[in-house]
Design a binder for this molecule. Sequence first.
Ligand SMILES: Cc1cc2nc3c(=O)[nH]c(=O)nc-3n(C[C@H](O)[C@H](O)[C@H](O)COP(=O)(O)O)c2cc1C
Length: 437
Amino acid sequence: MTRKFHLAFIFNFTPDDWQGPFGTGGAPWDGKFHTEVAQALERACFDYVIVEDKLMVPESYGGSSEAALRQAMSVPKHDPVPLAVAMGLATSHLGIVATLSTLAYPPFMTARLASTMDSMLGGRFGWNIVTSAETLAAQNFGMTELPPRNVRYEMADEYVDVVRQLFASWDRDAVVLDRDNGIYADHTKVRPIHFKGKHFSVRGPLNTVPSPQHRPAFIQAGASPRGRVFAARNADSVIAIANGVEAMREFRADVRRHAEDFGRDPDGVKVLFCVTPVLGETEQDARDKQARMVSSPQFIHDILAQTSALTEIDFAQFDLDKPLPHRLETNGEQGSLDQFQQWGSGKTLRELVADSAGGLVSSVELVGTPDQVAARMGEVMEEAGGDGFMITTPLLRLNRRYVAEVTDGLVPALQRLGLTRTAYATGRTLKENLREF
Ligand SMILES: Cc1cc2nc3c(=O)[nH]c(=O)nc-3n(C[C@H](O)[C@H](O)[C@H](O)COP(=O)(O)O)c2cc1C
């Protein structure tokens, strides 16, 4: 029997494909555009949508904020949580995941917010746990430097422990709503946590009622060895990028191995690989579309500006028609950087941009008709071992046409092959949907 896999989608609360022929104007600030997208994803039975977030205005490309602001690359970026509320209230089954950085929010506030969201959305909320990887973000929160990766993850592990304990500070059945005896909540089932760690000190208990998931879903996208261990310890679903099927298989096996070391059931960690399908009426149509995109000077510029923003390395300093001078390293997103730089390949920077086509976010090339791409996705999953895909676009730029190509072209093709969900089971939470297969 064909094994089903999961689908998720990632975007951020930034301008749409504002310059493109199918753009929506570049001012999606009332949240309606993204909410409509969420509804389309629900129609296609996605497990969840995730709203990416960063907390700074990038200045690395060319040493200024010009590239980011001129092109609206990664900025302006509005807060994901109000958007998550709007999308959540306009849908009934889709999981809604918002990014909250452990560098920025106190753990009590994250736990409170996640619990509130999960109650409002009937058990469909997920927290995308990020440590933040930019000095410019750290400087918005009282730090002069970004802490090194190991310290960020050490803090994040402790942070997650606090948040877990806060959710558990109310027993699931603490709210009794006993009208006759005048008891709303049983105080013996609500306890302080008295957490005192190296980085956090939190008394507790939480002051929200237990939400339907009690502990909302945890999503994470660690790529470095340390990031993978963190994900394996904490996440219900991991967002991953890998260069090709073999690397996908290795990544998934590694996360599952670490999950077992933590005493977890590896099937409780769903690894979803980022892909950016290019869909056409015919294969040639799709290939032409892809070729037009990767050879456009604007695309090359934007990919380099995005890579600079993620890695805090100025890619404007390198010659487009030469290989990179040495293997680049960052305290920021090293995994994304390695995916991009393909060190040792001898490719020029221009070729690296064209080669990755999906920019920083594509694990395998998916170019063709919906039927071709669906069949390829099935093969890739078979070889990689399973779990699913996180669909997006190279620069996280969205337009309605692309969304429709995915939700009304690709997904029906996947469903015809029996590869993805055709209906949600009623009343399931996000975590239950992730555990369904
Ligand atoms: C698809 C994807 C989405 C991500 N979303 C965010 C995000 O919303 N905010 C953020 O600060 N980092 C985000 N990251 C970065 C990761 O949290 C992580 O820092 C990065 O993958 C590097 O891994 P490492 O921390 O193990 O080095 C994302 C990464 C990927 C691959």
